[in-house]
Design a protein around this ligand. Sequence first.
Ligand code: PEP
Ligand code: MG
Length: 576
Amino acid sequence: MTFALHGLAVSSGIAIGRAHLVSHATLEVAHYQLRERDVPREVERFEHAVEAVKAELNALRKDSAAPGSPSEISAFVDIHALILEDPQLAEVPKDLIRERRCNAEWALVQQMEMLTAQFDEIDDTYLRERKHDVVQVVERVIKALMGKQRRLTRRAGADEHLIVVAHDLSPADTIQFKNLKIGGFVTDLGGATSHTAIVARSLAIPAVVGLHHARPLVQEDDLLIVDGARGVLIVDPDERVLQEYRLRKSELELERSKLKRLKSARAVTLDGVDVSLQANIELPQDMVQVKEVEAAGIGLFRTEYLFMNRDTLPSEDEQFEAYRTVAKAMAGKPVTIRTLDIGADKDAQALRGTERQAPNPALGLRAIRYCLAEPQIFLAQLRAMLRASQYGRVRILVPMLAHVNEIEQTLMMLWLAKEQLRTEKVKFDENVEVGGMIEIPAAALALTPFLKRLHFLSIGTNDLIQYTLAIDRTDEAVAHLYDPLHPAVLKLLAQTIQTANRAETPVAVCGEMAGDPLMTRLLIGMGLRQFSMHPSQILEVKHHVVMADAEQLALKVGRILRLEEPAKIREQVERL
Ligand code: PEP
Ligand code: MG
């Protein structure tokens, strides 16, 4: 039966393919009844999974004993090992399997829910928080039962695209799509500038989020159409609809291939203003795409993705290799590496041992706040960046700054990293530039101290909008209120760009607005000359740059900035 669901369009393009349902390890485990004779084998399967996790924790304990590893990691490994040995987790699920003839995953989750409900009753905060450790241990056992970390492993056939259907996906899940042949994805939760959506755009795969009921309504292997521009999912389409979408898909592909002609064209406006179009990347492997479009540099390397989908932290050497690969590949063009922006919707299990469950993660110990609270992790990253600065034009970018003392502490840490390297006789670029992200309204409103202390600025519009409008960027329930054209957002943006230009401090925009072709003329009119976006957007944005007249746009945008009525603003921006 054909039906359509409507959600938020987050990554344009059309995907046609077969549904592949994925589940969160503990959220959506399957429940099935066993035949009596299969029960002993299920108990055995559970025992093997527990043994596998014990071995995993032992290996982690060995790693964490290595010099330089934070002591908190071995502490959490010990706690997890103790929890795993407790008969409440190691034995009771086996009784449940026998009594209820249910599968092991289900038995384990039932027992977990019973235990965590008891934790909720505890007054002592420390003990109450151990609930999260129980959940993490259960997640590990479930992953072991499933044989894989998450079931994102089904490979598509030669001429078939898989469309991932999930209740929710984390940025860490989505980044795994880079290695799988995924045609598109749809989720029930999520916002348009959540990191899950951002990764989809960086992969240039069509995606729709906030569909509410896709996961329960779609079945494995259903034929699906994802219309990433309109935010529509069509399930089991009839032949006529299918034909129409196949046609639209090939038209889009044709348009994209025409844009390729702009690859080596200079990004210069009609009146001769040069605009730098740089790339946002998550992993060194993204350099293939960056090269394909001849980006002018890397404006944002989101290093937190190096920390995801793993149980241990990447060492300083491993980070150095990643940063050096990118620095070398860009051969003298700027490579802006951002320090760890973990927290909020970006979670890394390797950091969880030291991470507290925050009541409101977007306002909590995120990004630079986290780094300054974890100096060992921060120092290792700064050292790796400095070491890589020998191999190209590395610039260091610091996220989520709001306070002058955060800049000063960061510069102190950098000084320390430099001193250490000098003592060790390790070479680095003594003049490496340090910049700050302007993504908290406080920073945009009180910019002078930032201009005094930093070499460059980069405006993170995703967070700037989130924090200005008090809209959680990952929450589809408030996604309709997430408005890049809100007059308050435009004022903050224009003011930051103009103040930085006046002070002759280079300023870029690296949030999603920079890669949205509808915003290109608006931003040029505000005086922006540096954009950083997913490589897949660069040619389309360039197409708009080469047709723009910067001087005329400055006049028109000046008038738009005086408007306060949202409908008028949108109308004028569309007409630019
Ligand atoms: C931003 O906030 O606009 C930004 C570029 O950083 P991120 O999306 O990684 O938070
Ligand atoms: Mg941000």
